[in-house]
Design a binder for this molecule. Sequence first.
Ligand code: 0R9
Length: 690
Amino acid sequence: MSEKSYNANDLKILEGLEAVRVRPGMYIGSTGSKGLHHILWEIVDNAIDEAANGYADEITVTLHADGSASVEDNGRGMPTDMNTKAKMSGVELIFTKLHAGGKFDSENYAFSGGLHGVGASVTNALSSWLKVEVYRKTVFKMSFKSTYDKAKKKWLCGIPEGPLVNTGEKTSKRGTYVRFMPDKEVFETIEWSYDSVSKRLKELAFLNKGVKINFSDERPRFREEEVAGDDGEVTVKKIPLPAREPVTYKYDGGLVDFVKYLDEGKTELYAQPLYYSAVKDIKVKGADAGKIKIEFAICHTKDDEESLYSFVNNISTVEGGYHETGFHSGLLKVVNDYAKSNGILKAKDPLFIADDIKEGLTAVLTVKMNNVEFEGQTKTKLGNPEAKAPVEQAVVEGLTQLMNARGNKQIFDEVAKKAKFAADDRIKHRAEREVAKAASDSDQLNLIGKLAACSGRNPDMNELFIVEGDSAGGTAKQARMRQFQSILPLRGKPLNVQKKSALQTLQNEELKTLISAIGAGFNNSFDVEKTRYKKVIILSDADQDGLHIRCILLTFFFKYMRDLVKAGYVYIGMPPLYKVYKKDMVEYAYDDKELDEAIKKVGKGYQIQRYKGLGEMSAEQLWDTTMNPATRNLIQVTVDDAQAAKDIIEMLMGDKVEGRKQFLAENANFNKVDGFIEKVNFKPENAEAD
Ligand code: 0R9
């Protein structure tokens, strides 16, 4: 159905769930893969709420062979009796009434999870069918269906197929079971991602200590293989793969286990992470504004980077926010106080700054509060300023208490000494860094002969193509629109900066040129506002070397220009893999599926050229397929999940050859970026065809 047949006024009068069908994006963010998973999280969140409030301790999530998903909890079971106000059972209420803006049940639950808190009715509205069973001595059942009424020209969605029925069947179970089929009319894809679901369930198990979460994927699995027939025709054969084993996540240590998990492979400064939890009052303009539950676990490692994972109502706040600010200032206060009173900081020494205490810190911070505002590019930043003070207070109080506990003095000694080391290093290197910054600012000379700069001066319009190899660089220079497209050819592989210091990085010619070209500084001095390009496009060959170069550059951006990635200015260009042609007909294919389609389009007598590299294309072909904003495909890179991105990059770049080999073998088609992008959580949904 067309969205445009409704305007804002019509929307107001749309009854209940129909509004969800008309504007799904308003309720679940998007109708891509992320939105699809959102409707599963709505149900999972309800089960988690029941567990977090102490009524359930086991949740089972199943992805069924027919494409539906189910969630079961062993809680009290949704209320089956009549809600006198709503004149319907609790079950019907929960699945047919919208609870926009907040959870319906603040009476029952102190804090509840979930992103938009729109509830299970949204899942129902966007499913072709949904069934619910409640186990309370006997089995209660109810089911819903969505259909399009051609006569009335509107969706009838989430309609009960009958009232809630007590089947009379006896059961020793207790709890709620919900199974639903996402509607393929609504979603661009209804394919669940095993990796996304398992990762989130594991995270929820860490965040909800002691809750057992079972996960099964019953969908049949296949591997695709190309087989050439006697006639030379290539067909794709589906070869069955063994089913995935069910998994169970349960962490009795909660956040402490989470920190230990994050620190796997690192050297911790002390054996057991520090843990604290507290409930504090929230004040807005001096007046009471409810409670906030704060929990954190921290451990220091010998690493030099910080890994802080923060959550608000179980939602990961990748972009940080006021709770993180409060956390850092609390920690800074405690470490400064300790260092001063124990002689680690002398009277003449300046106090530590936040960066000094972040080095090597692994921490998980979760807060639960009401009236949450999410801000930022990906709505993953806590925008409630009132969260800062109570978090800071809890951190100071908790760490001071832990510091005075027997046997913990040693820990704070190590932490303060590490901060001192970082501070000394910072002060020593400040001069060097300033020199380096000045060099990178003024080093425009560096660019002459390397960068083919565009003539325009508008960063909003300008694009920088980082092209693999001099020869492809030359072609790109011929192909480009010089008004807004700059070309920077890379000679050979750039330096892998994963294990290199900022200074070593600056000594690398290739990267120095890149830093100068972008013109916004580097590392701590990087200022995204100064970027000369709001599209920095990595253009490498669709082969192993190209993937490697792409990874190296992403690591560089991730480590030293993270704000550029966060702002959504980094892209991956997509050269085609094949050209299918016949006389004056040409079709380009970007993956094997498209190849089949292209062959069909061109028809009998077609010829195929497989592009091994960008260098094999003419300027015109490169423009048409890869550079022309009207026809090209770009993938926008976002740092959605720093851990996943770093894992892949570490695995690809690190010392362990085995993992790398396996990844490369599994992703042999190097243009199949979805696999790569999804694994590192650079969301494929952001792929834009602009
Ligand atoms: C399988 C996913 N689980 C759920 O969706 C789920 C919701 C739910 C629930 C209650 C118990 N378990 C649940 N599982 C519940 C029960 C009672 C009071 N509040 C909550 C009770 O027995 O008194 N509900 C969440 C909301 C509601 N029930 C309702 F009250 F709005 F209906």
